[in-house]
Design a binder for this molecule. Structure first.
Ligand code: PLP
Length: 389
C-alpha cells in the first residue's frame, strides 16, 4: 500500500466477534458447537414480518429516501411506545430513527463530544462504544460496572472523574456484557449527577425489552425537562430479531437532534426505507410475538442459572440477565483470551474473553446465550467442566 491509514483508526482493535469466530477449529466435528459469542436470538423474525416486507416491496415509493430522521409515522410510533413503556412523556420530535443502535451511539457521541473531551464509561463495557470513542479521540474514563456487593455501577465513582472536559456518562442497561439490569434508583442517581454537572446521561437500552418484567426500566422520561440531560438509544435488532434490518433510534432534545441530523445525513442520509416500514409493523403488530420470545429468553436464562449451580463446576456466574452471563473462569495462570481460545478450539464452545470488554477483565468470560436452547445449558456446563481437566 502506498498511502497511509488514519492512525486513530489503525490503533483500534479489530472487530472482536469476527476475531473470535477464527478460533473455532476447522474440519470435521462430531458434536454441536455452542456459538455463544454474539447476542443474536436463535430464531428468525416473525413470519408476519416476512409477509409484510414482501408486500411492501411492491409499494410505490418504497425505493426512495425518507426524511433524514426517518418516517414521521415511525417516529410517532416509537415516541408512543416509549411514553407507554417508561410511563413518561416522549414526543415524536424527540425521536429520530437510525440504522441500528450502533449508528445511534456513534451519531449521538459525535454530536456532543470532540477530540480531547472525555466521557465516563463503566468497565466492563460494550466494545463498540469505546472503539468509537477511541476513533474520535474522546477519552473513556472508567468506573467499575460491578461495585462491591452489587452488579451495577455507582454515581459516586463517576462523580470523582468528572471535570471541565467531561461531556457524558454512558450507561448500558440491561448491560452488555454483564447482563445486569440496573435498578431505576441507580439510573436516577446517574441522571441527577448528569443534570447537576451539566453533562449528558447517554443510555444504550438495546436490551430494555429483556429487563424481566413490565415495570418501567427507569423514570427519566417522566421527569420534566428530561431532554436537557438525557439521550436514549434503542435497537429493533434484538427484541424483534431484526438484526439485518438495521433499525434503531435516538431520543433526545430537538436541539441535539438538529446536530445529529447533520451527521446522519453524511453517514447514510436515512435508514433503509423498507426496514423502517418493517420496524413500524413490528412495533404496531408484533407485541404478542415479542412477549412470547422474551418469555422464551427468560426460560433460557433460568436454565443457564440452574446449569451454573452444577456441583463440580468451577466457573462462577458473576452476573446474568437479558441475553448475557458474565462468568469468572477458574484458571489463574491463563489470560481470558487463552481460556476462550481453548474453549473454542478444544471444547466446541465459543464465547468472548473479558479482556475484549475492558481493562482488568482477565478473569472473566462473556457468554451470550441468546443463540442456545434451554436444553443446551446443561451441555454448556458439561463443556466447561470438561475444560477444567
Ligand atoms: C449494547 C449494544 N448496543 C448496540 C448494539 C448494536 O445494535 P444494532 O444492531 O441496533 O446496531 C449491540 C449489539 O450487540 C449491543 O449489545
Amino acid at each position: 500500500m502506498t498511502y497511509a491509514v488514519n492512525p486513530a483508526i489503525h490503533r483500534i482493535e479489530a472487530p472482536p466477534i469476527m476475531e473470535a469466530q477464527g478460533w473455532l477449529r476447522q474440519g470435521m466435528r462430531n458434536r454441536k458447537i455452542l456459538m455463544l459469542s454474539q447476542a443474536v436470538p436463535s430464531w428468525s423474525c416473525a413470519g408476519e414480518l416476512d409477509d409484510e416486507v414482501a408486500r411492501l416491496a411492491h409499494e410505490p415509493g418504497i425505493s426512495l429516501y425518507t426524511d433524514i430522521f426517518g418516517l414521521p409515522e415511525l417516529r410517532a410510533a416509537i415516541a408512543g411506545h416509549f411514553s407507554a413503556d417508561y410511563g413518561g412523556s416522549v414526543a415524536a420530535h424527540n425521536v429520530c430513527v437510525t440504522a441500528g443502535c450502533n449508528q445511534a451511539f456513534s451519531a449521538a457521541m459525535m454530536a456532543i463530544a470532540r477530540a480531547g473531551d472525555n466521557v465516563v464509561v463503566p468497565v466492563p463495557y460494550f466494545f463498540n462504544h469505546t472503539m468509537w470513542l477511541g476513533m474520535l479521540g474522546i477519552e473513556a474514563r472508567f468506573i467499575p460496572a460491578v461495585a462491591p456487593g452489587t452488579n451495577y455501577p455507582r454515581p459516586e465513582d463517576a462523580e470523582r472523574l468528572i471535570d471541565g472536559k467531561t461531556r457524558a456518562i454512558v450507561l448500558c442497561s440491561p448491560n452488555n456484557p454483564t447482563g445486569a439490569i440496573y435498578p431505576p434508583e441507580v439510573i436516577a442517581g446517574f441522571f441527577a449527577l448528569a443534570r447537576a454537572r451539566g453533562i449528558a446521561l447517554v443510555m444504550d437500552e438495546t436490551y430494555k425489552d429483556f429487563r424481566g418484567g413490565p415495570a418501567p426500566a427507569h423514570g427519566i422520561f417522566a421527569e420534566p425537562g428530561w431532554e436537557d440531560s438525557f439521550i436514549h438509544l434503542y435497537s429493533f435488532s434484538k427484541a424483534y430479531a431484526m438484526t439485518g434490518y438495521r433499525i434503531g433510534s435516538i431520543t433526545a432534545s430537538a436541539q441535539v437532534l438538529a446536530e445529529i441530523e447533520k451527521i446522519l445525513d453524511c453517514l447514510a442520509i436515512c435508514p433503509t426505507h423498507i426496514s423502517q416500514r418493517a420496524a413500524l409493523f413490528a412495533l404496531t403488530s408484533l407485541e404478542g410475538w415479542k412477549t412470547e420470545k422474551i418469555a422464551t429468553m427468560q426460560d433460557r436464562l433460568t436454565a443457564l442459572r440452574r446449569a451454573f449451580a452444577r456441583p463440580g463446576l468451577r466457573y462462577e456466574l458473576i452476573s446474568s440477565g437479558a441475553l448475557f452471563a458474565y462468568v469468572k473462569h477458574p484458571f489463574t495462570g491463563e489470560t481470558a483470551k487463552q481460556v476462550a481460545v481453548r474453549l473454542a478450539g478444544e471444547h466446541d464452545l465459543l464465547c468472548l474473553p473479558g479482556s475484549m470488554f475492558g481493562p482488568g477483565q482477565e478473569s472473566y468470560l462473556r457468554i451470550a446465550f441468546a443463540n442456545a436452547e434451554a436444553s443446551d445449558m446443561e451441555t454448556l456446563a458439561d463443556r466447561l467442566i470438561e475444560s477444567q481437566g
